[in-house]
Write a protein that binds this ligand. Structure first.
Ligand code: NAD
Length: 460
């Protein structure tokens, strides 16, 4: 979209919000129902588009894109009316007589910038929250999933007037043009380096924002793990979406006595999941672009592959691979891997994991495979990360009652379910004073200092 058109669209949303600051819940719910119906009507198109973008299996689209979105929509349809109601707060006796309330008000004009890796779900889920709270939205999907981006545009334009919600297609330049405008809220999902650029761009307007970023998520397996279940769950969590998941395990830290058994189990389970020739499997995604393929291929070429490593550039295929403990200053340990490569480190004593985890920025997720309570507590309490799971991975994303987000370099803020409501509204505090009595203590002349000192002494 040309810059002038973009500014017109932005201006129309600004004007719309000015006259629609407080839409009634009935009309919001009816729009959410329309959005749900439109998604349902376009399910097949969504499945085909995501498959065209990176051969994501239909089952994974149903579970990780559509199911998540329907769940969020149903939750908002059911609860938005009660969530939006002003909440009565007990008054402070200093303000006697008064009635105090908190109003949950929309921010206004929101910009949502989405990534390509869950190209439908990560664009629509924040949009549901933003619209349900009464905001307007301009949504910029990723240029790397163009088929899904087109379906998103069709769905949004069929449900909403562009004054309220619109999709803007484009790459970096479009995103930067959008970021030059003054927003009331920016919700960004993407990489840490781009998150920093977004953060700087919006700082000039001091725009409130959420950053849903990535990171290197450690996956720890102690000798108290159920190795067979752990291996299955790690393979599922790592290779769903071909490892292109922000909360996928990035590297393994395993008790050294378990390493040989883990690799044996790993091979067995990979074959059980995807068959002997994974490239033929329709249950395994491809890498999103040649550029992303080349970055991962470079890791394969420079590191010691102990399992997997097969790849095919013309199909952008990379097999699930285990990498022998890389150097901590190597590229593969400096960058978020974001692909089907899994470095494996060993430790003798669990405390040794600190030497690796502390060297890397705070991750989005941490996974601990252990049935030992002391080990679980040690890992939860000693490391800072967005969220995590004991004895599985990724599944904390599923519970919409849990806030989902990072910390430090892995993000700022959170969302999902009621937490999305909190993200896309602001709390406006109102004290409603009554007139039937007006206690004069606060007014001049201040001939009551002595009295007030006595009163103050109760607080000292
Ligand atoms: P990305 O940062 O490259 O791109 C994300 C979005 O930002 C895209 O829409 C892109 O067009 C835009 N963009 C790119 N360069 C820009 C610039 N210079 N200025 C402004 N906007 C720009 O991320 P990606 O490759 O699409 O997605 C993968 C990353 O996203 C990974 O790091 C992953 O961990 C992270 N991610 C995080 C979450 C989460 O919920 N925390 C979810 C999915 C992905």
């Amino acid at each position: 979209m040309r810059e002038a058109e973009l500014i017109n669209l932005y201006q129309s949303q600004k004007n719309y919000f000015k006259t629609n600051q407080n839409p009634d819940s009935k009309s919001i719910i009816s729009q959410l129902k329309c959005l749900k119906a439109e998604i349902k009507a376009n399910e097949q198109l969504i499945i085909e588009a995501i498959h065209a973008d990176f051969k994501k299996p239909e089952f994974e689209v149903l579970t990780t894109e559509l199911f998540v979105v329907y769940k969020e929509l149903n939750l908002f349809i059911k609860n938005i009316n009660s969530w939006r109601k002003p909440k009565r707060i007990s008054s402070d006796w200093l303000n006697f007589p008064s009635t105090d309330k908190v109003y949950h008000v929309p921010w206004g004009n929101c910009l949502i910038i989405a990534p390509w890796n869950y190209p439908f779900q990560l664009a629509i889920t924040p949009l549901i929250g933003a619209i349900a709270c009464g905001n307007t939205v301009i949504l910029k999907p990723s240029e790397y999933a163009p088929n899904t981006a087109r379906v998103l545009e069709t769905i949004i334009s069929n449900v909403f007037d562009t004054k309220q919600a619109a999709v803007v297609q484009g790459a970096v330049e479009t995103a930067q043009n959008l970021l030059n405008l003054k927003w009331d809220y920016v919700f960004f999902t993407g990489s840490v380096p781009v998150g920093k650029i977004v953060s700087q761009a919006i700082a000039k307007h001091m725009t409130p924002h959420t950053l849903e970023l990535g990171g290197k998520n450690p996956c720890i397996i102690t000798k108290h793990a159920n190795l067979s279940i752990a291996t299955k769950r790690i393979i599922w969590g790592k290779f769903i979406n071909a490892g292109q998941t922000c909360i996928a395990p990035d590297y393994i830290l395993i008790d050294q006595t378990l390493k040989t058994e883990f690799i044996k189990e790993f091979k067995k389970q990979i074959e059980a999941f995807y068959g002997e020739n994974i490239q033929k499997s329709t249950d395994y995604s491809r890498i999103i672009s040649d550029k992303h393929f080349d970055r991962l291929k470079n890791f394969i070429d420079t590191e010691q592959v102990i399992y997997g490593g097969q790849n095919n550039r013309s199909h952008r295929f990379i097999a699930p691979s285990l990498i022998e403990a890389p150097k901590l200053d190597s590229d593969i340990m400096q960058e978020e891997i974001f692909g089907p490569l899994l470095p494996i480190f060993t430790f003798q004593d669990l405390n040794e994991v600190e030497t690796i985890i502390y060297k890397i920025d705070k991750p989005l997720a941490l996974y601990a495979f252990t049935t030992n309570k002391a080990e679980q507590n040690y890992l939860i309490k000693n490391f800072d990360f967005g969220g995590g799971v004991i004895n599985d991975c990724i599944v904390h994303f599923v519970n919409d009652k849990l806030p989902f987000g990072g910390v430090g370099a892995s993000g700022l803020g959170n969302y999902h379910g009621k937490h999305s409501f909190k993200t896309f509204t602001r709390q406006k505090s109102i004290v409603h004073r009554k007139n039937y009595i007006d206690i004069p203590i606060k007014y001049p002349p201040y001939n009551k200092t002595k009295l007030f000192k006595k009163f103050l002494s109760w607080f000292r």
